[in-house]
Design a protein around this ligand. Structure first.
Ligand SMILES: NC(=O)C1=CN([C@@H]2O[C@H](COP(=O)(O)OP(=O)(O)OC[C@H]3O[C@@H](n4cnc5c(N)ncnc54)[C@H](OP(=O)(O)O)[C@@H]3O)[C@@H](O)[C@H]2O)C=CC1
Ligand SMILES: O=C(O)C1=N[C@H](C(=O)O)C[C@H](O)C1
Length: 246
């Protein structure tokens, strides 16, 4: 069977470098090139799939470039608002046959953590998210925490639950960011990689769901599965749940 030709945007970064190593080790994949911010992305023009771990400020331009050339994409870069996702879906429609997979987290445990939190949401009036990351992370709150908050909020709405209890108004940021009514607290600390806790509370009990990525290799099985998936799944896919058969 022919190898899938893969290029990597952000190859000099923490995740891009890990993705380059993972692609090089996979027998069914062939690394075409890795490019960083100062490289000519024409180096990727022969790729079937481009992996993007760059920056929220760079990723949309890379998507436009790839879609125009019929190159599929597996994207881990964060910052996808509803407007951005709508633009990506439109690009897929304009370029039939192109598959674009966007996932805020490629680690299996994080995918399960989000799913468990969504399942638990309707049983607990209180819920808050704490995301904890290495201090060089460019964005806050993390993409994973935003995805989790959106899914919890949707599950609460489907169960006709009201707002989370929060008796006191604070205007000093002490209660964190609020996404779809869910509070998210961000920690940046040396020694950390990528971690998240979802805390749920009801009368007399709490449930804490925690996931830890201690190494960036934890994201690679999901990235490789995404590359193999996207070549024959045109259109926009959000998250790796369907890729994993969840
Ligand atoms: N979905 C997931 O599972 C995961 C997602 N992420 C996300 O991935 C993104 C990258 O994270 P991380 O690797 O830690 O960040 P880094 O800053 O380590 O890496 C980003 C790299 O992209 C380069 N870059 C910036 N703009 C471009 C461009 N236009 N073309 C090519 N390369 C470019 C940067 O170069 P320079 O430094 O010179 O600007 C840098 O080398 C973040 O959004 C992060 O949240 C991270 C981990 C897991
Ligand atoms: O920047 C990171 O490191 C990570 N980014 C993603 C996010 O913002 O959720 C995924 C993971 O948390 C690591």
């Amino acid at each position: 069977m022919d190898q899938i030709r893969v290029g990597v945007f952000g190859a000099g970064g923490r995740m891009g470098a890990e993705a380059v190593r993972a692609v090089e080790r996979a027998g069914d994949l062939q690394l075409v090139a890795g490019v960083d911010v100062d490289d000519d992305r024409e180096l990727l023009s022969d790729a079937q799939v481009a992996v993007d771990f760059t920056h929220p400020g760079a990723v949309m331009d890379n998507i436009e470039w790839c879609a125009a050339r019929g190159i599929h994409m597996v994207i881990g870069t964060t910052g996808f608002t509803a407007e951005r996702l709508a633009r990506v879906a439109a690009l897929c429609e304009q370029n039939p046959g192109v598959g674009i997979l966007i996932a805020s987290n490629f680690s299996i445990g994080a995918v399960l953590m989000m799913s468990f939190a969504e399942q638990a949401a309707r049983f607990y009036p209180s819920v808050e998210i704490i995301e904890l990351h290495h201090p060089n992370k460019v964005d806050a709150p993390s993409g994973t925490s935003v995805s989790t908050a959106r899914r919890i909020a949707a599950a609460r709405a489907a169960a006709s639950m009201g707002a989370v209890p929060d008796a006191t108004v604070h205007d000093d940021g002490a209660r964190g960011a609020v996404v779809d009514g869910i509070h998210i607290h961000g920690v940046r600390l040396q020694g950390l990689v990528a971690h998240q806790e979802v805390l749920l509370g009801a009368t007399g009990e709490t449930l804490t769901i925690r996931h830890d990525s201690f190494e960036r290799t934890s994201f690679m099985p999901g990235v490789l599965a995404g590359i193999r998936h996207v070549v024959d799944h045109p259109g926009l896919t959000e998250g790796i749940e369907t890729v994993l058969g969840l």
